[in-house]
Design a protein around this ligand. Sequence first.
Ligand code: FE2
Length: 330
Amino acid sequence: MDTHLDMTDSLMVPLSIDHFIDGSLLPADVFFKLQPNKYIPVGKRGQASHFRDLHLFKDKIKDKKLQIVHLQKSELKDFVNKCLLSFQKIDVGVDGLDLKFKFLAQSSDLVIKQFEFLGVNSETVESARLLTKSIQEVARQSHSVIELLHRFKDLPGNRASQALCVSTVSAMIAIELGWASDSLLEKVSIGGLLHDIGLQNFPDSLLRKSYLDLTSQERALYETHPYVGAQILRTVPGIPPEVISIVHEHHENSVGEGYPRRLDDGKINPLSKIVGLATQFTELVLPSGNEEPLKPEQAVNYIQNVLGQPFNSECYKAFTIIFGKKKQSG
Ligand SMILES: [Fe+2]
């Protein structure tokens, strides 16, 4: 049993076992980490996935949760694309929206992980584009933001969850505004998914703090992330300019009090106005760092009364219409 292999940690990618459907064929070899640079194979490409035997390693490792397995980095791209394609086949009409949401959350985690381990390039952005097809489908099927958040309630407060939530809420606002062409909706949802891509190389110590707790020096660095993100995307061929604008402007607001450029309503790209509002709302309702999230109604109240509703009025109106919309009126 103890036939462990010497493998370099930097060439391995950790993944939750939730990414594997029990009994489905494994799209890649899967390993369990025993200790630094030592792994043991627990599944072979093409075999059915069963991780029930992981408990056999319980005595050998510190992490007793046994929730994380590893793939070789070179197999990540293939693995993610196979997962995304199979997740896409889930039919909301037959399988239900709940299952679609579960896989959406997992796919979002994979796509963000891919950026982290393989960088931002044409192939990893293509995976993000593939994911936004499912996001658009869910946005069209969701009756209200409250209903959406209810389904997202178990999302961990990580960047993948934030990205997914911003992308879906943005697509819902765009649909309510009547901007339902596939092309516009795709740009809004990709921009929403990639909005914080500029944060990926920032130190964890900075990202764990809430914005209000940052020192002035840390805040100045943090506020460069929209620009950094836009610069990263400019190096990728084929990214629509509107998506770059969304990433650059997702912390701007209509009264010119956002960052990094303090743009006002006349200067902000119309798609960025949507994503800016969705970003602010998501930051309030999803847990992050050690801050307690607000309830959806409290978040709207905060935007309205504490922030003074600084976002584009048409976007905000559309957002309030879909906020608590009842099923029968949708
Ligand atoms: Fe951001």
